[in-house]
Design a protein around this ligand. Structure first.
Ligand SMILES: [Zn+2]
Ligand SMILES: [Zn+2]
Length: 349
């Protein structure tokens, strides 16, 4: 398998971000990202700037809906109007155009100190037909916890990732586990990068710059073959991997997740995360963490079934179910932290 790092959910000057696509691509190159996905609010105006900039593929999606039920849509062909109160229409229209999408920051909370408490959670849980869920969103999680001026100051200038280091919201993982027991639902991570700028006297301050957020919550794709040299073919490979869930989320600030592996082996056949297989005699699941000091947890149908402090985990499967892996980063001193979240392997009876 070949792993590639990407940053999803980015706003540019085509909506309320402050960076041009060229500037975002430069920041992504500096962070060694293989791809970025720009998702401006209700516009695909940046689509003509898609392409490869240095090592980074720039792909343009869109963030649909305004008041609530934000939906990150990829591979759409025409602009879709604001269906905030009826998000099933949004999902259906994206699918009709041959695209796919993710429920964005579904449990977002507001803070009275940020944009007057505005929050845009997913509200309508009767929907179906979506591809996946954005499980971990840097900016959204930060905002929700920024409930006092002191916290904001101490976190931003002292321990900037503190509100996010706790991992994806519990209720988000719980919901995802409930969905994936029934059918495949892809989990991704995003930063919701805006690189907000404001003036303090003569000085322009930029908070959460792209170049900083590109080292935080990234989504890696796993491909059986390397990314193709031809840009449109590579773009298709990236989109297919995200759509199928051949991907995992990594909090890159600790260490890049290139060397992570999770998959099933069925004799000689390999089943990558995101895919289904039948329970057979010789079926094993394997997890490999990117570094020796790691803590691995294996989860079946939302329940922890196996955990160990190790770089590798090998598990003989005897029960069908939805299996996913989590890796915690173990620093030399201090407590272990949520680091990598795989998509599931679906094992049928
Ligand atoms: Zn949003
Ligand atoms: Zn957004």
């Amino acid at each position: 398998m070949h792993n590639y790092a990407g940053n999803i959910h980015i706003h540019s000057t085509y909506s309320d971000g402050t960076g041009s696509i060229e500037e975002i691509a430069a920041a992504a190159n500096a962070a060694n990202l293989d791809f970025v996905i720009i998702t401006d609010h209700l516009t695909r105006d940046g689509a003509h700037e898609e392409g490869k900039y240095g090592r980074t593929h720039v792909i343009v999606g869109v963030e649909l809906n305004q008041q609530a039920n934000h939906y990150l849509a990829m591979d759409t062909t025409a602009l879709i109007e604001d269906y905030s109160p009826e998000p099933q229409k949004t999902i259906d229209e994206v699918n009709r155009q041959g695209g796919f999408g993710f429920l964005a920051h579904p449990f977002e909370k507001g803070s009275h100190l940020v944009t007057e408490g505005a929050a845009y959670p997913w509200i309508d849980w009767t929907v179906s037909g979506f591809t996946g869920i954005e499980l971990w969103n840097y900016s959204s999680q930060w905002k929700g916890k920024a409930t006092s001026r002191w916290k904001i100051f101490l976190w931003y200038f002292g321990d900037r990732d503190a509100p996010v280091k706790t991992g994806p919201p519990r209720q988000c993982l719980k919901l995802w586990d409930a969905y994936t027991r029934e059918k495949p639902v892809v989990g991704i991570g995003g930063t919701d990068a805006h690189a907000i700028k404001f003036r303090v006297g003569f000085y322009t301050m930029e908070i959460f710059p792209y170049r900083d957020l590109f080292h935080t919550i990234n989504t890696y794709i796993c491909l059986p073959e390397k990314l193709h040299k031809e840009v449109p073919v590579a773009r298709k490979q990236i989109m297919e991997a995200l759509k199928k869930g051949n991907c995992y989320i990594c909090f890159d600030r600790y260490r890049g997740g290139y060397n992570f592996y999770f998959g099933a082996f069925n004799g000689s056949e390999e089943i990558p995360m995101g895919e289904k297989t039948k329970l057979k005699d010789k079926l094993r699941l394997q997890v490999k963490a990117p570094q020796r000091r790691s803590y691995i947890r294996l989860i079946r149908n939302g329940e922890l079934i196996c955990e160990c402090k190790s770089q590798h985990l090998d598990y003989k499967v005897s029960t069908p179910g939805t299996y996913r892996a989590e890796v915690y980063f173990c620093p030399l001193f201090g407590r272990r932290r949520p680091w990598i979240f795989s998509n599931p392997v679906y094992i049928e009876g």
